[in-house]
Design a protein around this ligand. Structure first.
Ligand code: MSP
Length: 670
C-alpha cells in the first residue's frame, strides 16, 4: 500500500479570535480550554490535529477602546494580545498557531478574497438607505426595527444613507437551507441549530435574508477595501476569514469551530455563505442543488456553548462582575480546567460562583479522585509491597464481577460522550465509577482482611480488590489526560507507569493489561481547599488586579499655545460650575449629546460633542465647568446655550473637567 493509505484522520479545531479591547475573562478561558481538550483528546485518538486560536484586532470596538485610552489601536492590540498568549501558556493550551488579524499575511488573504468575490459579483457596491443600529453597528431591517421598538430600544436607531459594499447573502438562502438539511450536525447542540434555521427561514418561510453590508466608511481601523480605500472591510468578514488565512496545508475545512451563542449567527449563516461564494464554480446555479464539492469545503460542525453568568447577568466590564481566569488559576491549572468542563453543559448558560467552584474541587478532586488514589496506592504498598497482584486464578464474588464489568464498560461510555463533546456527561460517568470504587473498598474492608493472613480467601480478596483499584485508577489517568494533563501524569507516575500518559492512544489501551512494575509513593493530587481561607485569598487577588491596566503613554499631540491675550479679554469669559440633570443622544449625530444643566441660577440646554467618550446615562449627576456666557447657537435643530470644558489632545477622547463634588452649581470658576 502506498503512503496515502497511511494518512491518519485529520482534526482541525478553532476558537473564536478574541477582541483585544480587554483582558481575557473566564468566558474566553472556557472556550479555549474546551478547544484544547478536544485537541488533546483527538491526538490521543491517533488523529493529526491542527488547533488554531488568535486575536481579532480591527474594528470600532478596538478603535474606541484605544481612543478612550489615548493610544493608537495598534498600540492597544500590541499591549493586550500578549495577555492572551501568556494566559494560554499558563493554562497549558496546546494550540499550533496564534493568528493576529493585523498581520500582513492575514490582510493579504482578506484583500485577495474580497477581490475574488467582487469579480464573481458576490460583492457589489451600492448606496444603503435605511435604518442603522448604533449600538450593534449594523443595518436594521423593518422587522428588526419593530423588535427594537417593542423592547424600547428604538432610540438606538438612526436613518442613514451611505455607500457600502454588499455581500449577496440573500442569493445563498437556498444553498444554506440545503446545507442545514443535508448536514444535521452542522450546528450543535440541536436547539441552537433550530434557532439558526428559524433566523434564516422563520417557520420555513423564505425571502428573509438580506444582503449584508461588508464595508464601512465610518471606521478607519480595518483592512482597506482594495482599490477603494475610503472603505474598510467589515470586521466580521475580516475576522471569520482567519480560519482560512491561518489554516495549515492539508487541514481544510475545519472539523469544529467552537463559538459562544452570541456569535453563532455569524458562524452558521454568514461564514458558510462566504465560503460557498469562494468555492463555487461560476456556472453553479444558486437556485439549484448545492453541489457536494461545495459542501466539502465547509466546516463540518459549529459547536455553540452558552455563557458563564454572574447570578442572572452576563459578565461584563461595565457591570464590574467579571471573573478573571487568574482567580481560578489560584487553585491550580488542572483544577480550573476540570471545573470549566465538568460544570458547563455545552449549549446552556451556567451561573458561576466561587462556592460551587470550591465545592466541586473538594468533592471531586480532593475527596473523590485524590483520596481514592492515595488510599489505593498506600494499600498496594502496605499490603503487597507496591506490587500489583494479578487476577489470574483468583475466585471472584459478585461485587468483584460487578466492578470488573464497570471497568470494562467505562472507556466506551466515556469516549462516546467525549466524541459528541459532552464532557460534563463523560466526566460525570467517570466520577460515578470512582464513587463506586470507594464503596467497593468500604465494603471489602481490606484493613480487616489483612489481619486474616492465614485465610487464603481473605488474601485472594485483597488481591482482587487491589488489582481492580489499580486498573480503575490507570484508566482514569488515561481518560482525564486531555482535561487535567498534569494531574493525569502525576497519577500515571504514581502507578509506576512509564512515559507520558498524553502519548498513549485510546484505541491501543488495554484496561486489563498487567501492571509493568511496582507503584511509587502516592503523590498528592489535590489538596483540600479551606473555603474561608481561599475566599480571603481570592479577595486579595481581586484587589490587586483592581487598579486600571497601565496606560501606554502616547506622545502628546496638542496644538501650539495660542497668542497672548490681556487680562480684560480673559475676564470676559464667565465660567461656572454646572450639574448635569439629564442627558440624551442627539439622533443622527455621531458626536452630540443633549444635556440639561443646572447652573444654580437657571437650568440650560447644552449640547456637547462627547458622545463617543461618555454614555448619556453616565453623564447624569456629574459636575462640569460651563462657559456660561457663550452666545446661544443651534446645532442639529437644537439650541445650545453654553459649553462644557473638556481636556484632550488631537488624538485622545475629551475628558470632562470636573469640579470637586462639594462645589455648588453656579460657583464661579476663576
Ligand atoms: N472577535 C469576536 C469573534 C470573532 S471569531 C471569527 C468576538 N470576540 S470576543 O472576545 O468578544 O468573544 C469571544 C468569545 O468569548 C465568544 O465566543 C463569546 O461567546 C465568548 N464569551 C464572552 N463572554 C462569555 C461568557 N460570559 N461566557 C462564556 N463565553 C463568553 O466575539
Amino acid at each position: 500500500m502506498g503512503p496515502e493509505y497511511l494518512v491518519s484522520k485529520r482534526f482541525y479545531v478553532t476558537t473564536p479570535i478574541y477582541y483585544v479591547n480587554d483582558k481575557p475573562h473566564i468566558g474566553h478561558a472556557y472556550t479555549t480550554v474546551l478547544a484544547d481538550v478536544l485537541a488533546r483528546h483527538h491526538r490521543m485518538m491517533g488523529e493529526e490535529v491542527y488547533f488554531l486560536t488568535g486575536t481579532d484586532e480591527h474594528g470600532q470596538k478596538i478603535e474606541k477602546a484605544a481612543a478612550a485610552r489615548g493610544i493608537t489601536p495598534q498600540q492597544m492590540a500590541d499591549e493586550v494580545q500578549p495577555n492572551f498568549e501568556k494566559l494560554w501558556q499558563r493554562m497549558d493550551i496546546t494550540h499550533d498557531h496564534f493568528v493576529r488579524t493585523t498581520h500582513a499575511q492575514h490582510k493579504a488573504v482578506i484583500q485577495e478574497r474580497f477581490q475574488q468575490l467582487l469579480a464573481t459579483g458576490d460583492i457589489y457596491k451600492a448606496t444603503y438607505k435605511g435604518l442603522y443600529s448604533v449600538s450593534d453597528e449594523a443595518y436594521v431591517t423593518e422587522i428588526q426595527a419593530k423588535e427594537l421598538q417593542a423592547q424600547g430600544l428604538a432610540h438606538q436607531l438612526v436613518e442613514l444613507e451611505e455607500e457600502s459594499y454588499f455581500f449577496r447573502l440573500a442569493s445563498y438562502e437556498n444553498w444554506l437551507l440545503q446545507l442545514y438539511e443535508r448536514c444535521p450536525d452542522f450546528v450543535q447542540p440541536d436547539f441552537r441549530f433550530n434557532e439558526v434555521k428559524q433566523f434564516v427561514a422563520p417557520d420555513g418561510q423564505r425571502g428573509n435574508l438580506q444582503d449584508l453590508s461588508i464595508s464601512r466608511t465610518t471606521i478607519t481601523w480595518g483592512i482597506p477595501v482594495p482599490g477603494d480605500e475610503r472603505h474598510v472591510v467589515y470586521v466580521w468578514f475580516d475576522a471569520l476569514l482567519n480560519y482560512l488565512s491561518a489554516c495549515r496545508e492539508g487541514f481544510w475545512p475545519a472539523t469544529v469551530h467552537l463559538v459562544g451563542k452570541d456569535i453563532l449567527r455569524f458562524h452558521s449563516v454568514y461564514w458558510p455563505a462566504f465560503l460557498m461564494a469562494m468555492f463555487r464554480k461560476p456556472e453553479d446555479d444558486l437556485n439549484g442543488e448545492l453541489p457536494q464539492r461545495v459542501i466539502d469545503q465547509l466546516p463540518r460542525s459549529i459547536l455553540a456553548h452558552g455563557w458563564w453568568l454572574m447570578g442572572e447577568d452576563k459578565m461584563s466590564k461595565s457591570k464590574g462582575n467579571i471573573v478573571r481566569p487568574e482567580e481560578l488559576l489560584h487553585f491550580g491549572n488542572d483544577a480550573a480546567r476540570f471545573f470549566l468542563l465538568r460544570d458547563m453543559q455545552i449549549g446552556y448558560d451556567r451561573a458561576f460562583s466561587f462556592e460551587a467552584f470550591m465545592d466541586r474541587l473538594n468533592a471531586d478532586l480532593a475527596n473523590g479522585l485524590g483520596n481514592l488514589a492515595s488510599r489505593s496506592i498506600s494499600m498496594l504498598q502496605r499490603y503487597r509491597g507496591g506490587v500489583v497482584p494479578t487476577l489470574e486464578g483468583k475466585g471472584l464474588d459478585d461485587d468483584d464481577r460487578f466492578h470488573g464489568e464497570a471497568l470494562k464498560a467505562l472507556p466506551g461510555k466515556y469516549l462516546a460522550f467525549a466524541e459528541t463533546h459532552q464532557f460534563t456527561k463523560a466526566l460525570g460517568e467517570l466520577w460515578d465509577y470512582l464513587r463506586g470504587l470507594d464503596g467497593y473498598i468500604v465494603k471489602a474492608e481490606p484493613w480487616k482482611l489483612d489481619k486474616l493472613r492465614d485465610d487464603p480467601r481473605a488474601v485472594e480478596k485483597i488481591d482482587v480488590v487491589l488489582c481492580q483499584l489499580y486498573r480503575g485508577l490507570r484508566v482514569t489517568a488515561l481518560l482525564v489526560a486531555p482535561v487535567m494533563p498534569e494531574l493525569a501524569q502525576l497519577l500515571w507516575e504514581s502507578l509506576g507507569l512509564p512515559g507520558l500518559v498524553a502519548e498513549q492512544r485510546f484505541a491501543d489501551f488495554d484496561v486489563l493489561a498487567p501492571a509493568p512494575g511496582p507503584v511509587s509513593d502516592p503523590k498528592p493530587l489535590f489538596a483540600r481547599i479551606d473555603k474561608d481561607v481561599a475566599m480571603t485569598e481570592i479577595d486579595a487577588i481581586r484587589a490587586a488586579a483592581a487598579p486600571p491596566a497601565s496606560v501606554v503613554e502616547a506622545p502628546l499631540d496638542a496644538p501650539p499655545v495660542k497668542e497672548n491675550i490681556d487680562y480684560d479679554t480673559f475676564a470676559k469669559t464667565d465660567l461656572r460650575v454646572g450639574l448635569i440633570l439629564e442627558a440624551e443622544e442627539v439622533p443622527k449625530s455621531k458626536k452630540l449629546v443633549k444635556m440639561k444643566v443646572d447652573l444654580g441660577f437657571e437650568q440650560r440646554t447644552i449640547l456637547g460633542g462627547i458622545k463617543e467618550a461618555y454614555a448619556p446615562a453616565d453623564l447624569v449627576g456629574r459636575r462640569v465647568v460651563v462657559v456660561a456666557n457663550l452666545a446661544p447657537r443651534a446645532m442639529m435643530g437644537v439650541e445650545s446655550h453654553g459649553m462644557l470644558l473638556c481636556a484632550s489632545d488631537n488624538n485622545s477622547k475629551p475628558y470632562l473637567i470636573a469640579p470637586p463634588e462639594d462645589a455648588k452649581p453656579g460657583f464661579v470658576v476663576r
